[in-house]
Design a protein around this ligand. Structure first.
Ligand code: SAM
Length: 450
């Protein structure tokens, strides 16, 4: 691999004698890792090639399968994620009491790897806001969160500097900043072609702007977690130091076993591919020392659903009383966790480009049409009619093709397609017809080999 000269010099400066080992590691294949969904367990064991040291629910795979051809992937049983970046969960575990009800903001969230990582740490009394400034990246972020199934999330599409009304609101803010991507040269050679000293400079300045906005969002005593997938000081240590100078934050030291291979710096922790089984990554964690907490107060400005319709919904959710139900102007019904309705109302007031909570479906007359979001959510009732599909039929369902299995003996009406016990989506049996309710844009497009 031919590295840019200025980058080589920079890495020689950072690594000294280890530079050669670093360069050699770039010729090695990128490890493939998946992180299992703690809320969606399949009947199939993972064929593991070792655990990620800092995440007990994550595994290395011996080779990269075609994930698109695994129905369990579409059901949200796991997320394919680079190993080093999973360390965010360990950093939060060490610094935050996750048994509490938490308000969490993932400020630079698309495609959603760390949002799903955070969702797995949170309990059902906590709220996750996943924000992404680039509109074209919102679709994939929503899809990944929907698949993951954690119900209490809002996706928003704002520049962090537009979030002034959320000052002091969050217990945890993750800023996984856009960066020069030096840590991804092995995984994504395009990152190397785009690298220059000038882009490092530009990224560093942009990160400062994002960090300043992020700092404002944190409640006193709350945590700001800053990460990049790069090595240079301008985007990492110098920005971390800068934060402690311009805002009321102290950096937090983490407990990390020496055999994990993670390098401790003055403010943060650096992952190098010749020392860990993962890509380049940097993380630093801070606690806010002063400021004012924004209390959550307010009323949701959506129509409350009439009791008659709520009664219909009861059979669709495992714990229907855990939610309040509202109707959006477009007729979509949203389920909002009853104990978080104040928090939701603050977000709804402060952010206008955002989702409205878990959309569970809509009424057509007196009939309820359940949504795909509900099919994949972990709050769906467990006793709804379902049919377990073979892998072949599950892939046909996901391609929206006719199934091989005979469903004529099934009662008419809504039926969940299952694979390894996990929901893939809804079907409706009407007469001899089977209507497949998988959204068109989620359909598998590739040819399925015989
Ligand atoms: N956290 C994501 C994950 O784990 O899947 C990856 C995030 S990626 C490193 C950085 C994100 O920041 C990108 O999605 C990018 O669109 C977004 N971004 C770009 N410019 C930004 C800005 N000025 N403010 C906030 N986010 C920005």
């Amino acid at each position: 691999m031919k590295l840019p000269e200025a980058f080589s010099l920079q890495m020689q400066h950072i690594l000294g004698e280890e530079y050669r080992a670093f360069v050699e590691s770039l010729a090695e294949p990128t490890p493939v890792t998946i992180r299992l969904n703690n809320r969606k367990k399949t009947s199939e064991p993972v064929i593991t090639n070792g655990n990620v040291l800092w995440h007990r629910n994550a595994h290395y795979l011996a080779e990269r399968p075609v994930f698109t051809l695994d129905p369990a992937f579409h059901a949200g049983a796991y997320y394919v994620q680079e190993a080093s970046s999973m360390f965010v969960a360990e950093a939060i575990r060490q610094t935050v009491d996750t048994s509490k009800s938490l308000r969490v903001m993932d400020l630079c969230a698309a495609p959603g790897g760390k949002s799903t990582l955070l969702a797995s740490l949170l309990n059902n009394n906590s709220l996750l806001v996943a924000n992404e400034v680039i509109k074209s990246r919102i679709g994939v972020l929503k899809e990944n969160l929907e698949k993951w199934g954690f119900p209490n999330y809002i996706v928003s599409n704002h520049d962090p500097e537009e979030m002034i009304d959320l000052e002091g609101f969050f217990d945890v803010v993750l800023t996984d900043a856009p960066c020069s991507g030096e840590g991804l040269f092995r995984k994504d050679p395009d990152a190397m072609n785009e690298w220059s000293e000038n882009s490092v400079q530009l990224c560093s300045a942009r990160q400062k702007r994002i960090l300043q906005a992020a700092a404002m969002l944190v409640a006193p005593g709350g945590i700001l977690c800053y990460s990049t997938c790069t090595y240079n000081e301008k985007e990492n240590e110098l920005n971390a130091q800068w934060l402690t100078q311009v805002a009321d934050f102290e950096h937090i030291k983490l407990q990390i076993p020496a055999d994990w291979g993670i390098v401790e710096k003055k403010y943060g922790y650096q992952f190098f591919p010749h020392k860990v089984r993962g890509e380049g990554f940097y993380i630093s964690v801070f606690r806010k020392t002063r400021g004012e907490k924004q209390e959550a107060r307010g009323k949701i400005k959506l129509n409350r659903l009439p009791q008659k319709k709520i009664d219909v919904l009861k059979e669709w959710l495992e714990i229907p009383n855990a939610f309040e139900y509202y109707e959006k102007p477009d007729g979509q019904i949203v389920a909002i966790p009853a104990n978080l309705s104040n928090e939701y109302s603050v977000i709804f007031r402060a952010l206008h480009k955002r989702s409205s909570g878990l959309e569970i479906g809509q009424f057509k007359g007196t009939d309820f049409i359940p949504s795909h979001d509900l099919a994949l959510s972990t709050v769906i009732a467990k006793d709804l009619p379902a049919v377990e599909l073979s892998k072949e039929d599950a892939l046909k369902f996901l391609k929206k093709e006719n199934l091989g299995v005979d469903l004529s003996h099934q009662p008419k009406g809504w039926l969940l397609a299952h694979y390894q016990g996990l929901n893939l989506g809804f079907m409706k049996l009407i007469g001899d017809r089977i209507n497949n309710y998988l959204p068109k844009e989620w359909r598998i497009r590739m040819e399925i080999p015989e």
